[in-house]
Design a protein around this ligand. Structure first.
Ligand SMILES: [Zn+2]
Length: 282
């Protein structure tokens, strides 16, 4: 029989975990996050998501339905690490802006939308930038590096089971599935093109429309189910890279947690996304 847990238990578990992490790391954070507990998966921008940390709202959401207590705890620890990282390194959002501005896709998007909409330019650009960052850096690899260290922190300080390999294995299976979905979508798009050519050649007007409609339905069926594959791919890649580097990390080497959580993202990548991690002054 599964233990019956409820919102109240999970809220208490989250608060206790937060307390425990702050004590063990010697951190004092004046701004506490809002904690939202739900039995069902959360929906973020129309996407099914389990637990999350929302930087803009400073909100931790824990979805516990169907999971056992040790899996829920691991998620709680991951989201709390995301929260602490954001508090100590809010500039990481600025870094995202800097990276976004470098991307030609952003310029393209701004040009396209600006020509379509005649509204106050500044608000327009700001909104595009915000949406672009949400879309492209929804899940950043450095953020996920910290997130997975949260899970490892839980393993080390609370539970001694090692889930590392399990987490990384399940991510590569996910990668393969996403890759398959992308191939399916590409195939559909290609077949639309081929069928259209064929029909045009034979001038079968009605058939042409039928094929087009069917393909479009099928394509939208795949994407509407929440499978925005490009986005899923990016999210999964960020997790895979961040988690992999975090799994080689030696938590015992950190004495100054405040300094560690404050490192700018580029420095995290330079120091820890490599073969010989550099723990100097941490
Ligand atoms: Zn995460």
């Amino acid at each position: 029989m599964k233990n019956q847990i409820n919102d109240h238990d999970v809220l208490e578990l989250t608060n206790k975990s937060l307390e425990k992490i702050l004590t063990k790391t010697n951190l004092e954070i004046p701004v506490m996050p809002t904690i939202i507990i739900s039995n069902e998966p959360n929906m973020i921008d129309g996407f099914k998501s389990l637990s999350y940390y929302n930087e803009q709202k400073n909100e931790i959401g824990i979805a516990y339905g169907g999971n056992d207590i040790s899996l829920i705890s691991r998620e709680i620890y991951e989201e709390i690490f995301h929260y602490i990282r954001h508090i100590y390194c809010p500039t990481s959002y600025n870094e995202k802006i800097a990276r976004a501005i470098e991307m030609k896709e952003l310029r393209k998007e701004i040009c396209e939308i600006n020509t379509r909409l005649i509204i106050e330019k500044e608000t327009c650009v700001n909104n595009i930038l915000k949406n672009f960052i949400n879309k492209n850096f929804y899940s950043d690899m450095v953020d996920e590096f910290y997130g997975f260290l949260g899970q490892r922190f839980y393993d080390k300080n609370v539970k001694y089971n090692n889930f590392l390999n399990h987490s990384i294995d399940s991510l590569s299976t996910k990668s393969k599935n996403i890759q398959n979905m992308i191939s399916a979508q590409i195939q559909i798009i290609c077949s639309i093109g081929q069928n259209l050519k064929q029909c045009k050649r034979e001038r079968k007007q009605k058939e042409l429309l039928d094929i087009l409609q069917k393909s479009i339905d099928k394509y939208y069926y795949l994407t509407k189910k929440g499978y925005d594959t490009e986005r899923l791919k990016k999210i999964n890649q960020a997790h895979e890279i961040g988690y992999t580097h975090a799994s080689n990390f030696d938590l015992d080497k950190i004495n100054d947690w405040e300094n560690f959580f404050s490192l700018p993202s580029f420095e995290v990548r330079k120091r820890f996304f490599c073969k010989n991690p550099n723990y100097e002054k941490l």
